[in-house]
Design a protein around this ligand. Structure first.
Ligand SMILES: NC(=O)c1ccc[n+]([C@@H]2O[C@H](COP(=O)([O-])OP(=O)(O)OC[C@H]3O[C@@H](n4cnc5c(N)ncnc54)[C@H](O)[C@@H]3O)[C@@H](O)[C@H]2O)c1
Length: 428
């Protein structure tokens, strides 16, 4: 069995490495020639993924993994084709299909009889059957007769890929019974996790979206509780901790916002699916609104303490959307910066995973923690481990009067001991 993985990013490259580690010959495809060159030299371009560097080096050396920009040729040589390129939405929530459509068109040019095409990229319900198959059939082959198609959501997270690939059951839903059977057989050979079949590709697509909406709604609920606690003089962290001692309560963590390619994006897929059926997903829509409102809430907390933000120097800790990840897509930091600038503040940004040049490319001023300007306040957006032990004495000396802890990550007592006001999310 020869496997082709299309999209060698944070998820696709570890998947290719996983399949190769099971002894299968894997061809990775990407449009970025630098990514392809680096993999062919046995070097992973993805940082911060435990176990990835070794697996890539090892499988390239053994001749099990190679990479190419020639996707048509790779598809022609493969029995199983796994698609894991991004599908994103714009600011209005409109889905941008250009990448996945063009990848599917490319597959159709190399598709051969008996191949199994698997979509792992998160898709709206119905897209595997109604949008992808018509493009694949431009090959002249018929889905379900000449080739097989499965949707299998990727429910892992970058940074913990190999653990999650072992622990999280793989959901498989084909466009027909034979596709599902082949999909289940494939995953049993390449993964160590449990493999669960569902009755259709639509059920598999919905499985992923329901999980993502559940998460977004749950975080929005935690954020509502946080606002209540803030106004009522209570500590949301203490109360959620106490609530969750009940086995029926699984409240997630409030925070300054939800970013990245997944949580703030996929609810829009289901919202669109529902609206096509004339159903209004009120809860999902409001969760998006609440979570998108958290950066402004954090800036308002600061505004209350400093009275006026005009001309104030504010240091943002973290441009990444979550700790330990070098990714700024829909990061709450970007929204915090916008709100601060709207209110006339001077904004300086630090992130241990980004260079000065990378931060400046985003149109903001870089701050070196070892060489800070005079400051009035700090907003922590990203829970990078490097921020756990901030030099509070130095921050105080630079003039910091308030720290807004957007992730309830810092130690309140320590900060107050240095004469700095501490404001967490949902903590008075
Ligand atoms: N990132 C996560 O934590 C996560 C978690 C679960 C599921 N997913 C799913 O995985 C998908 C991919 O996420 P990612 O984080 O790996 O993205 P990524 O941006 O890290 O990588 C995408 C890769 O696809 C390549 N690419 C783009 N267009 C291409 C084309 N036409 N042909 C070949 N390659 C192309 C890019 O060059 C890049 O290397 C997401 O859209 C989502 O559906 C992601």
């Amino acid at each position: 069995m020869k496997i082709c993985v299309i999209g060698l990013g944070k998820i696709g490259l570890p998947l290719a490495a996983q399949y190769a580690s099971k002894g299968f010959r894997v061809i990775g495809c990407d449009i970025n020639p630098e990514v392809v060159d680096s993999i062919n030299r046995g070097i992973s371009h993805i940082r911060g993924e435990p176990g990835l560097d070794e697996r890539i080096g090892d499988s390239v050396k053994k001749g099990l993994l190679s990479a190419t920009t020639d996707t048509v040729k790779a598809v022609r040589e493969s029995d199983v084709i796994v698609v894991i390129v991004p599908l994103v939405v714009d600011k209005e929530g409109n889905i941008d299909y250009s990448t996945i459509d063009s990848v599917t068109e490319t597959i159709s040019k190399g598709l051969k009889r008996d191949s199994l095409v698997i979509y792992e990229t998160t898709l709206p319900v119905g897209d595997t059957r109604d949008r992808m198959i018509p493009i694949l059939e431009r090959s002249g082959l018929k889905a379900g007769r000449d080739f097989y198609v499965v949707f299998s959501p990727e429910r892992v997270s970058s940074g913990v890929m190999f653990r999650y690939l072992r622990e999280i059951p793989k959901i498989v839903g084909g466009i027909d019974e034979e596709s599902t059977r082949r999909g289940v057989e494939f995953y049993k050979r390449v993964l160590d996790s449990e493999v669960i079949s569902v009755t259709s590709s639509e059920a598999a697509e919905a499985t992923k979206l329901f999980g993502m909406v559940y998460r977004d709604v749950n975080i929005a609920l935690a954020n509502e509780f946080a606002r209540f606690c803030q106004a009522r003089g209570l500590d949301v962290v203490e109360i959620i901790g106490a609530s969750n001692t009940n086995p029926h309560s699984h409240i997630l963590t409030p925070g300054i916002g939800v970013g990245g390619h997944c949580a703030p994006v996929y609810p829009y897929f289901l919202i669109k699916n529902a609206s096509d059926l004339e159903i209004d997903l009120i809860l999902a829509k409001n969760a998006r609104r609440i979570n998108d409102g958290m950066p402004e809430h954090a800036v308002n907390l600061l505004g209350k303490e400093l009275k006026d933000l005009d001309g104030k120097n504010v240091l943002i800790l973290g441009i990444a959307y979550r700790g330990g990840v070098k990714e700024t897509f829909l990061s709450p930091s970007l929204s915090v910066i916008e709100h601060l600038k709207d209110r006339g503040a001077n904004v300086y940004v630090n992130d241990p995973l980004f260079s000065k040049e990378e931060i400046e490319k985003l149109g903001v001023e870089f701050a070196d923690l070892k060489n800070l300007n005079a400051l009035d306040a700090v907003i922590l957006v990203t829970d990078h481990k490097e921020y756990k032990n901030l030099d509070l004495k130095n921050l105080r000396e630079k003039g910091v009067k308030v720290i807004v802890d957007g992730r309830n990550f810092l130690e309140k007592e320590k900060i107050e001991k240095h004469g700095i006001i501490y404001r967490g999310i949902g903590r008075s």
